[in-house]
Design a protein around this ligand. Sequence first.
Ligand SMILES: [Zn+2]
Ligand SMILES: [Zn+2]
Length: 297
Amino acid sequence: MTEEGTAPPRPDIELAPAPAAEGGEGESARHGELTFIGTATVLLRFGGFTVLTDPNFLHSGEKADIGLGLRVRRLTEPAMQVRNLPPLDLLVLSHFHGDHFDRTAERDLPRDLPIVTEPHAGRILRRKGFERVVPLETWERQRFTRGERSCSVESLPGRHSPRLLGPVVPPVMGSLLEFADRGRTTLRVYVTGDTLYDERLGEIPARHPEIDLCVIHLGGTRLAGVLLTMDDAQGVRTLELVKPRVAVPVHFDDYAIFRSPLEKFLRRARDTGLSTRVRELRRGETWAFEAGNEEAA
Ligand SMILES: [Zn+2]
Ligand SMILES: [Zn+2]
């Protein structure tokens, strides 16, 4: 164990009972639904928990602020707005970039929504008035409980830029969402965040050898020629390293700076004979699955 892994465990956060309409504990402990909203915004419903990732609700044509005074125009329309979402239990935010947390999210998300993120984004969100921010250092974990079930978020390593650019690109975290029912793990989901392939990602399968589902941020984002997110080759390499059972690609065509098309990744995944099954989701599409039987469509 590294120093980072020895932080004392954080106390559990007990969530209020889910509204009856959402199923709550009545919901099967193994049933899941994943909805791709756009960019890296994904709605995951599992075992009665509802989790949103990286909320980007800007409309097509609107500009996202990505720091250094740079603004990039969105090319796609998100499948939903905040008002269309079911009641959320928590938000997981990988980093503070305008294509992951935008002014619409800032305006419309409830201030008492628990937000799990890395410390840099956490400080910004607290300044913006979000009251229940949970900042995690790498390998730190926060568990949310509802009755006999739980959803834990663990911060995983990620690196958004070559080391030289470290100071101008925000830090990023990957996350492991681990669901459990009566102490037994039912599903493990790895959300990569905007990261490049990096040797440190190798620690993820070392600690978590059985990942069911990976939401992988691709796109081969380039700014001034510098690669900032995984392209097709790095994406396939990461999946070969982590070996999730299923991968769902996101973050690949919403902005012009996303330069590596999804087709290239899909072709490379096929040609490589990847053991991970790639499940392509269109914006607005929901994939329903049973944990332990992810082949179910
Ligand atoms: Zn980013
Ligand atoms: Zn991004």
